[in-house]
Structure formats: C-alpha cells, structure tokens
Design a protein around this ligand. Structure first.
Ligand SMILES: Cc1cc2nc3c(=O)[nH]c(=O)nc-3n(C[C@H](O)[C@H](O)[C@H](O)COP(=O)(O)OP(=O)(O)OC[C@H]3O[C@@H](n4cnc5c(N)ncnc54)[C@H](O)[C@@H]3O)c2cc1C
Length: 285
C-alpha cells in the first residue's frame, strides 16, 4: 500500500525541527519503522519532519572517559562495527547485528529503534539492560536537555514518554568488569524477534531485560533480586525463572505469534541461556 497524504519538511536547525514537532510533525530518522507503518496505514501522520539535515544532531558514537554517547543519527551498523562497543559492550553489538539485513542496519538509527518502542526492538532490550540515559529536548526547554532513564522511557505498546521532545542522544556508562549476553528467538533470520532477552552482570548486580512478553520492553526486577541473593548460577531452573516472570507485574501479550504462556516459557529458556553465557564470559565480538 501507499502512505496517506502528508506534509514533509527537512529543516537544518534544531530549533526548526523542534518547532515542527510542537506543531504536530512526527520525526523521521532512518524511516525503517515509520515508513513501513505508514505504508501499512498503521501510522498516518499528516506531517513529517526529516531530522537528517539538522546540523546539531550527531551521527557519531563518542567515547568519553566514563561514558559512551550515541548520537540521534548513529546507525545500527555503526554501533555493530564500533571497536569500543565490540570490546566493552559486545552484547549491544550483537543486538545491532541481528536487526533486519544490512540495508536496514545502514539506514536505521539506534535512537529510532528505541523511540519506536516496539516491545521486541533489539536496541530497546539491550540498552534497557544497560541502564542507558536518553537525552531529549523541546522548544520549551530553552536548549537544556532532559535526562530520561531508559527504565522510564517506555509507556506502552510502541509509545514513549517524549511528547513534543526530540531525542538527541543516548548515553551509556563505561563500567569495567561488566559482562552481558543478548539472545533472541525469531521464526526466521532477519525477522523481528518473537522474544528477546539481554542479561548484563557486574559485581553482584544483574540486569535482565525482556522483549515480546509484555506491551513494552520490561526489566524483571524480581528475578534480578533473586540473582542478587543467589548469585549467577547455571542451576537456576527455567521453572524458577518462569515463576519470577509470573510474579512480575506487566500487561502480557497474546497475539498471532503465540499465547502469553508460550512466550513466557520461551523467555524463561532464553534467560537461562543468557545467564549460562554470562557465567562462561558473556558475548564476544
Ligand atoms: C524488514 C525489516 C526488518 C526489521 N528487523 C528488525 C529486527 O530484527 N529488530 C529490530 O529491533 N527492528 C527491526 N526492524 C525495525 C527497524 O530496523 C528499526 O526499528 C529502525 O531501525 C528504527 O530506526 P529508524 O531510524 O529507521 O527510525 P524511524 O523509522 O525513522 O522512526 C521510528 C520512530 O521513532 C521516532 N524517532 C526517530 N528518531 C527519533 C528521535 N531522535 N527523537 C524522537 N523520536 C524519534 C519516529 O518519529 C518514529 O515514530 C526491521 C525493519 C524492517 C523494515
């Protein structure tokens, strides 16, 4: 199908882009989710603001002393191939590598994937497990940036907290001695995952993010607490993980891809495998 009629603008300044968003325009980055949804008419924006020419938006992945900052226009491919990401956050590189095909990874942006907020979006799951911080701004903020913890960012099925704000970058803390593993299950290669998990472990703290079982990407805090008490163990049974999932509060997804019970069982198995992978040293580039 073709998209419905819409107005298109491609401003060069951040101020113009923010003004367009305030007036109701929807940001367009790589277009790998938005354009597809428009063609299916599941999204019908009447106005689009293309952010690719905005001079103040970065397409860089900047490595500072304590943080890595991913600019709004940095793509999945850049992330997957970045030496620091491969060395210090190999689970992120893996999550990026498993998105679609090379054309999609060349065009699609990391922040676009998060802003789309699909419950199974690879970067959303992998970055949720890293406690990333999103920087966003709007016309009313006089140039200042709001820092939004990613755990507060997702508000429901394909919805986020931004409102009239534009996401400018996402920041990750560089923490030595951190290991992690990203694992997904798809019906076929290049498909959006049916269920995906990311486990990140440092000292005695484990973060577990899961996609595909709830309306939005979620953290399994109850299971994280259990692991803090017990430590990472390959003896943790899928049934124990399943119980922790069932004890968590979220709106379950039951759809054409499977029942909520099936997806929760799948998630438990993937979490078990990701924990085992972390015990064996985690993902490697
Ligand atoms: C064939 C195919 C296979 C795919 N496979 C996968 C997969 O396996 N895993 C996966 O996770 N995804 C997959 N995708 C989805 C897709 O690759 C990503 O979601 C996409 O890269 C999003 O980034 P984008 O830059 O293209 O965003 P766009 O499509 O341009 O935008 C997505 C949404 O985010 C908003 N947005 C974008 N940037 C900003 C910003 N800076 N501030 C505020 N809002 C913003 C837009 O308004 C829009 O609502 C697939 C897509 C296709 C077409």
């Amino acid at each position: 199908m073709r998209p419905g009629p819409f107005q298109y603008s491609k401003p060069e300044t951040l101020e113009q882009a923010l003004q367009a968003i305030l007036n109701g325009a929807v940001p367009l980055a790589g277009g790998q989710s938005l354009i597809q949804a428009m063609r299916l008419r599941s999204a019908e924006p009447t106005s689009i603001v293309d952010i690719n020419a905005v001079a103040d938006l970065s397409s860089e992945i900047e490595c500072e002393h304590e943080v890595v900052k991913i600019g709004a226009l940095a793509t999945h491919r850049q992330l997957a191939e970045h030496p620091t990401i491969q060395r210090e956050f190999p689970w992120l590189a893996k999550a990026a590598t498993e998105i679609g095909d090379v054309q999609i990874r060349n065009r699609g942006t990391v922040l676009g994937n998060i802003c789309w907020a699909d419950p199974r979006a690879n970067m959303a799951i992998a970055l949720l497990a890293c406690d990333a911080i999103i920087h966003a701004t709007s016309t009313t903020q006089n140039g200042s940036l709001e820092q939004i913890p990613i755990s507060d960012f997702f508000t429901g099925f394909r919805s986020n907290i931004l409102g009239a704000q534009l996401a400018i970058s996402i920041e990750l803390e560089r923490r030595p001695d951190t290991i992690g593993s990203y694992i997904e299950f798809s019906r076929q290669r290049q498909d959006l995952a049916l269920c995906n998990v990311c486990v990140v472990h440092r000292n005695r703290t484990t973060a577990i993010a899961v996609g595909g079982i709830a309306q939005q990407p979620i953290r399994l805090t109850q299971l994280e607490l259990l692991l803090r008490k017990q430590g990472l163990s390959k003896k943790l049974l899928a049934t124990q993980i399943r119980e922790a999932i069932e004890g968590s509060h979220f709106e379950a997804i039951n759809d054409q891809f499977g029942s909520s019970a099936f997806k929760q069982q799948l998630a438990a198995t993937l979490i078990q495998r990701a924990i085992a992978k972390c015990i064996d040293g985690g993902d490697h580039a």
